[in-house]
Design a protein around this ligand. Structure first.
Ligand SMILES: Nc1ncnc2c1ncn2[C@@H]1O[C@H](COP(=O)(O)OP(=O)(O)OP(=O)(O)O)[C@@H](O)[C@H]1O
Ligand code: SF4
Ligand SMILES: [Mg+2]
Length: 341
């Protein structure tokens, strides 16, 4: 896989998760045409430790944004909980306001998240004003713009979003998140709308912020190559669950779950033939019994699961929620059976 960002040294990571999902479920009421509620997040355990970058990957509709929004307190869980520094989130508006100062969202589309009538200065200062910042606003805005790589910052103060490139707009969005000096950012597809040439720059910026400020991040992405470039740990999500998680090198060089294997097999650099997933695209209002991936699983379809003696279990038994912490973990009967042989 190609590396587009230069990776700075990883800082010492203190133990204990900063942000955790514990048995998290988010279910939306059935929409017209659906026969059942949508279990968009269906039992997720996930830890993000201080100074760590975790990539959350999976195909469209698997529940990444819903999980990210729930971690930010924007969507209350139907069951389970979110904890920050060991304490469960308090969903009162005052507590959520304080929480969102410490955990900031960076959205996918910089044009959509910047008001076209606001200057860069006002866009970045907005968070300070919402939180009634008592310090020197101009100084804080300058620092945030510099940290986001817009230098000299004064040159950008009076510009409007349409006067900036896509990469510069994304940096303004990042500056707007940084100005409140958060401990963690949740970035939902932070480079999806950018040209390949500026993607690497934005990824390098996120890595630099981690190394200089100790900032932690959850980066939501479709793109496994991006996860490889930026993350310490990766969590692969399928139909509302994390099906594989572990250190990036482990998961991306030796994937255990057939779904992760299929995602990796279609990357341009991947050796061998791509695995074309068959079956219906995943629908959270119709989660199958047994392994939720079984109707599309290439290992089951080719008889490998049968040969390993796990095919019945694949069709019958839902797999336990992964604990979301430390080492590589996989929610697959066949992968587990293969590991013990
Ligand atoms: N408010 C809602 N009401 C009902 N269903 C919803 C709602 N929001 C999301 N969903 C459904 O939940 C599932 C997960 O959506 P989500 O946006 O979290 O996926 P995603 O992984 O972020 O997808 P993408 O990669 O396309 O952004 C989808 O099937 C979606 O249609
Ligand atoms: S448990 Fe079975 S069906 Fe599910 S991914 Fe593993 S091999 Fe495939
Ligand atoms: Mg999304």
């Amino acid at each position: 896989m190609t590396t587009t960002a230069t990776v700075p040294p990883v800082p010492q990571v203190p133990s204990g998760p900063l942000l955790s999902a514990e048995g998290l479920h988010v279910t939306f009421p059935a929409r017209r045409g659906d026969t059942a509620p949508a279990r968009a997040v269906d039992g997720v355990d996930l830890d993000i430790r201080a100074g760590e970058i975790v990539a959350l990957v999976g195909e469209s509709g698997c529940g990444k944004t819903t999980l990210a929004r729930s971690l930010l307190g924007l969507v209350p869980p139907t069951a389970g909980r979110v904890t920050f520094t060991g304490r469960p989130l308090d969903y009162s508006s005052r507590a959520l306001k304080a929480y969102r100062k410490r955990v900031q969202l960076v959205l996918q589309d910089p044009s959509g998240s910047l008001n076209p009538r606001h200057t860069v200065y006002d866009a970045v200062a907005e968070g300070l004003r919402i939180h009634r910042y008592g310090g020197d606003e101009r100084e804080a805005v300058s620092t945030a713009l510099s940290r986001a790589g817009l230098r000299p910052p004064e040159r950008f103060f009076l510009r409007y979003p349409h006067e900036l490139s896509g990469g510069q707009r994304q940096r303004v969005v990042i500056a707007g998140a940084l100005v409140l000096e958060p401990e963690l950012i949740v970035a939902d597809e932070p480079v999806a709308s950018l040209d390949a040439s500026v993607r690497g720059e934005i990824l390098a910026l996120l890595l630099r912020l981690r190394s200089e400020l100790g900032l932690s991040a959850l980066v939501v992405t479709h793109d496994l190559g991006l996860a490889w470039n930026i993350a310490d740990r990766v969590a692969v999500m399928y139909l509302g669950r994390i099906v594989e998680t572990g250190a990036v090198e482990d998961v991306l060089t030796a994937p255990q779950h057939p779904y992760t294997q299929a995602l990796l097999s279609v990357l341009p650099e991947a050796p061998g033939d791509p695995v074309v997933l068959t079956g219906e695209p995943p629908d959270p209002s119709r989660i199958p019994t047994g392994c939720r991936f079984h109707a599309r699983c290439q290992i089951l379809a080719t008889g490998e699961a049968e040969r390993a003696g796990v095919a019945d279990a694949c069709r019958r038994e839902d797999l336990p929620v992964l604990d979301g912490g430390g080492g590589a973990q996989v929610a697959c009967h066949w992968a587990r059976a293969s590991a013990v042989r």
